[in-house]
Design a protein around this ligand. Structure first.
Ligand code: ACO
Length: 331
């Protein structure tokens, strides 16, 4: 079974309600119909009757819930919640209503916050920043977590490395600035994400251009310190670093560069030292190794919200909705 078929099967075991707020994109309707037909999640679309009619084309939305934000009986509840959550940031009922009605991702996040949905997926026609900002502002991080980060599940065909070719790569999407503490937190969340999505023990490699002190630089020290922080706070996690990518995944290289490591040569959870490295790294593997790249999936939020690539196909939306539903099952 492919990775995404595994996830769809998992999503179907406990059906969750996932909101798709991008009424203006035909891929939303194609995906919603497929999700409903396959029984992966209860899909909720947001849009006025005019907005939906102008965009849905020939897709038959029978059985799919459509919320009209102008007449929704919950609308006032969402405005009140928005004001309650953002009063210190100067939010007023008038501004809350204006923001919710002009950007339905805010509406979707408020539905989640008020318990009317379990998660949301957007980004087919909005930037990553505009997709995740409402979630950062309204849903916030899980208790004890300082930063949301973004991972990909990489499914590499014909690959003997990782977990039968499957890896988690992070952070590939969110944090533009890492210190050691943030890097350590990304590693801990990624280990948990690997175990939730792949169902095997995470072996976490924290990457650098140096292996075990082969180069000296503040950037290398930052990674080595992050490894120490993970080991101190989560001794149960198998983690090592700093490691170069070949030492992380290839046993013969690991035996030369990092002998005795219980992670080097067998890593399946790959933590990059910067957003540039993570974002470029996943795209290299996706394009050159023809790997499936599922994500970015956000980790660390109090409720699952996920972003799409603007070049996505309807099937990609179906896959991200299934992953979001699985995150909601485990929330
Ligand atoms: N975790 C938790 N909360 C966060 C995070 C984070 N990583 N980043 C920002 N926040 C919170 C802030 O604390 C703030 O909360 P507040 O309003 O309650 O005080 C709120 O989110 C907004 O924060 P800003 O500092 O105003 O940040 P901004 O909205 O400008 O940007 C964002 C946040 C969108 C995540 C930004 O860091 C970003 O654009 N990152 C890069 C995204 C990107 O372009 N990725 C690459 C493309 S993705 C791909 O290729 C797959």
């Amino acid at each position: 079974m492919s990775f995404i078929d595994d996830i769809k099967a998992q999503a179907k075991k406990d059906i969750k309600t996932i909101v798709l707020p991008e009424y203006m994109d035909s891929r939303t309707y194609e995906a919603a119909v497929k999700i409903a037909r396959e029984g992966i999640a209860r899909v909720v679309l947001i849009g006025t009757p005019e907005e939906i009619a102008a965009n849905k084309g020939d897709f038959d939305l029978t059985g799919i819930t459509v919320i009209d934000p102008k007449t929704d009986p919950n609308r006032q509840k969402y405005i009140d919640k928005f004001v309650e959550l953002r009063a210190k940031k100067g939010m007023t009922p008038e501004k809350a209503e204006e923001q919710m009605m002009s950007d339905y991702m805010y509406y979707a996040c408020l539905m989640c916050k008020c318990g009317d949905a379990d998660g949301a997926v957007s980004g087919a026609c909005h930037s990553t920043g505009n997709t995740i900002r409402p979630a950062l502002q309204l849903l916030k991080t899980k208790p004890g977590i300082s930063s949301v980060s973004g991972f990909f599940v990489m499914d590499v065909p014909d690959c003997e490395f990782g977990e039968n070719g499957r890896f988690v790569f992070a952070d590939c999407a969110v944090n533009v600035d890492f210190d050691s503490a943030k890097l350590a937190e990304i590693a801990i969340l990624s280990a948990q994400s690997f175990e939730a999505f792949i169902g095997a023990e995470a072996k976490v490699a924290m990457l650098s251009y140096s292996t075990k002190g082969s180069a000296k630089h503040d950037d290398v020290t930052k990674v080595a310190e992050a490894v120490k922080l993970v080991k101190e706070s989560h001794p149960e996690i198998k983690v090592d670093g700093e490691l170069q990518f070949d030492a992380a995944i290839v046993p013969s290289v690991a035996s030369l560069k990092a002998p005795g490591s219980d992670v080097a040569g067998h890593a399946n959870t790959i933590i990059f030292p910067s957003l540039e490295a993570g974002n470029i790294g996943y795209k290299l593997v996706q394009r050159l190794a023809k790997a499936g790249a599922y994500g970015p999936v956000l980790q660390g939020l109090s409720m699952p919200v996920n972003d799409l690539s603007r070049g996505c196909y309807a099937d990609d939306i179906v896959g991200v909705v299934a992953m979001t539903a699985v995150q909601a099952q485990k929330a």
